[in-house]
Design a binder for this molecule. Sequence first.
Ligand SMILES: [Zn+2]
Length: 340
Amino acid sequence: MSELQYPFSQPPQPGERLEVAPGVYWLYFPMPLALDHINLWLLEDGDGWTLVDTGFGTRHTQKIWAEAFDNALEGRPIRRIIVTHYHPDHVGQAGWLAQRFGAPVRMTRGEWELLNHLHSAEDDTVRQDVRHFMGLHGLHGEPLDALSGRGNGFRKVVPIMPPTPEFIAAGDAIEVNGETWRVHIGRGHAPEHACLFREHDHVLISGDQVLPRISSNLTVHARDPDDDPVSAFVDSLTAIKNALPEDSLVLPAHGLAFHGLHARIDALVKHHDEQLSVAEEACEKAPLTAYDLLPLLFNRKLDNNQMMFAMGESIAHLNCLHAHGRATRADREGRRYYAA
Ligand SMILES: [Zn+2]
């Protein structure tokens, strides 16, 4: 199958819910970002709910939640919160909701550790890390000043940290309303991203690991500068394809629910193969930095926010070439150059 099928053409209104499988409901939260919404998933669980992901950590999201408590949730309590990964649109309201409902939070250890690291970093440390790491990879001038001047922006959109979670891991079974959701782990976009698969009727909550229209951002953090998230992403997607059936109903965090899991994974793997080839060919012509590679990977003008994601993606692909012996690298005058 080459095309994806979208069984639901429209998301629910913010604050409302839409049933997409028995006992599985779609919640839609607009966001003030280029990525203009996130989907959360509400699972019927006895007299209450299990919630998967929580929304961006802003007041705007809390206003939508205030409507959702009465409408989508019918005044019933959230009994348990599962967070797929550490990004602020997923974990942002976990602390607030956990406090309000006295609900436990479940997430993987890898996501919890990175969340803590990013949340607790001092502003000055973040400024220095960004300046050094992005500078090493060739970013300079106004964009570098803008990105490194921000300090810890992460904490602003995760205002309340969730309580220490109950950890989940690959292969765990989570019982919701008497049915088993199995934990499958994705990597590359996040260190230990939880995907949840309901085995009896093949429903997959894929978070950001498998998205229908965009490829998940892959980035390299200053604390792990040699990381190769491209290989991690592709390898874990391949494992998910091998483990889960093609007829799965995929519930992504962004975009519409879809059928066509295997076709979508094939397309994502192909996309990164092509980006690696573009990077390798460029490295063959002349040694270049991750910044030099940007116009070849992204044929559009990048604002400062997009620049941060794009630099991460560019470093990730160069690191992948280096890790696989397809490129060498050398540091000269404070810049890192890759050659093939
Ligand atoms: Zn994400």
